[in-house]
Design a protein around this ligand. Structure first.
Ligand code: PLP
Length: 405
């Protein structure tokens, strides 16, 4: 069992920075980047890291140093990207329910805006005519019959312009002489598998044939990694091979070779992150054995929000006798990190690692219960770097306004 990262023991970092602590392994990010690059090597492609998954500037700089572009979804994410050295043309701003003011700020900062409603496309056209290019976020109906729950979710998904409205996109772009340089789609990881990906690609390429001069076709993110030990993840090599064949036949028909873009978040950073937490109490109630910890859904929301499963390892007693525990947080709410999980015996004071916590972990953390957010450390080249300080009580007060009632 791997209980150190690049030969650094988590305990040594916890002694220095306390718990809870977010810990990231840059070597895992690099491994995942290489896996993607290798899978899509037959395509002229670009990988834009989805900044929202883990938005720390050290991580953004790491992605930049590895030659990636950036997918951003707010002007502040965009500004962080520029701050970290990304060039405007390496960033795609995917909008969702945003104002024209935000679009203008993004355009002024020099990035391409990805438009996801007919209404915004109309306003973009009025504002810029053909002077600024844009791309279109589409909503396609891929093959999701086998995922009944997700099919229902997909029907009500607010994202993108539905493919049935593509005629209106063409009309609006003719009316304003718009330059549409890219088409984009993002499928949820909840239903994304190779057949869905390829069905989406077919639909996308059909639509692409209606647009001249495309510079890119963007397949978004959604490629996930296995969370549970027996979970099947997308075979990226197989996907890469099949997508390459489809793309090449599209290129032959289209006569040009727009780049194929990807926007992975989870795939790149999920496995790199551990949330380290100290066990504060062991408690046995009538029916269950609880291990209470010093973290909770204020730091890792995914189990509470999505019921997501994260592997948990008892770093202090990895080979101890197995017992079943409910692992809870310290929120004043029902707050489980895991239900009825078999783990090596847990004692008060033990250090647990909650794995796959890199994506949508720290960036979704809050100050609920007036608890501070943890420090974050990244191990890169065999050295541990503090990349975010633990918040303080003063941070909780920083933006509150004292009123003398
Ligand atoms: C537009 C867009 N691109 C990329 C991503 C990244 O998705 P994932 O982390 O599943 O790869 C998301 C996630 O919500 C998204 O909305």
């Amino acid at each position: 069992m791997n209980i150190s990262i690049q030969n650094i023991k988590p305990e040594s970092l916890v002694l220095k920075y306390g718990t809870p602590l977010y810990l990231y392994d840059a070597a895992v990010i690099d491994r995942q980047i290489e896996r993607m690059r290798n899978a899509f090597k037959g395509l002229p492609h670009r990988i834009n890291y989805a900044a929202k998954a883990l938005t720390n500037i050290a991580v953004l700089r790491h992605m930049k140093s590895r030659g990636l572009g950036l997918d951003v979804v707010s002007v502040n994410e965009l500004r962080l990207g520029l701050e970290c050295g990304f060039e405007p043309d390496e960033i795609l701003f995917t909008s969702n329910s945003i104002t024209m003011q935000e679009v203008k700020e993004a355009v002024e900062l020099g990035v391409n805006v990805n438009i996801d409603s007919l209404s915004l496309l109309e306003r973009f056209g009025e504002a810029y005519r053909g002077a600024k290019p844009c791309s279109i976020r589409l909503k396609l109906d891929p093959l999701i019959e086998s995922h009944t729950k997700s099919a229902e979710w997909h029907k009500f998904s607010k994202f993108g312009i539905h493919h049935s409205k593509i005629g209106r996109v063409a009309e609006i772009s003719r009316k304003y002489d718009l330059k549409i340089v890219g088409l984009h789609v993002h499928n949820s990881s909840a239903f994304l598998d190779v057949p869905v990906y390829l069905a989406t690609a077919d639909a996308m390429f059909e639509i692409a044939k209606k647009f001249n001069g495309l510079k890119f076709i963007d397949f978004g993110g959604g490629i996930t990694i296995p969370f549970q030990p027996d979970e099947k993840a997308i075979d990226v090599d197989n996907l890469g091979e099949k997508l390459t064949q489809k793309t090449n036949s599209f290129y032959r028909e289209y006569g040009e070779r727009p780049e194929i873009w990807f926007e992975p978040g989870r795939f790149l950073v999920s496995e790199c992150g551990w949330l380290l937490t100290r066990v504060t109490v062991i408690k046995e109630n009538e029916k269950a054995l609880f291990a209470g910890t010093d973290t909770g859904f204020n730091h890792l929301l995914r189990p509470a929000l999505y019921g997501s499963w994260h592997e948990i390892v008892n770093l202090s007693n990895p080979t101890g006798k197995k017992r079943r525990y409910h692992i809870t947080g310290n929120m004043c709410e029902t707050d489980f990190l895991a239900h009825n999980r078999e783990l090596s015996e847990i004692r008060e004071g033990d250090l647990l690692a909650v794995k796959n916590a890199g994506a949508y972990g720290s960036c979704m953390a809050s100050n609920y219960n007036s608890r501070v957010r943890p420090a974050e450390v990244m191990i890169r080249g065999g050295k541990a770097y503090l990349i975010k300080k633990k918040e303080t009580y003063e941070d909780l007060l920083r933006n509150q306004v004292e009123v003398d009632w």
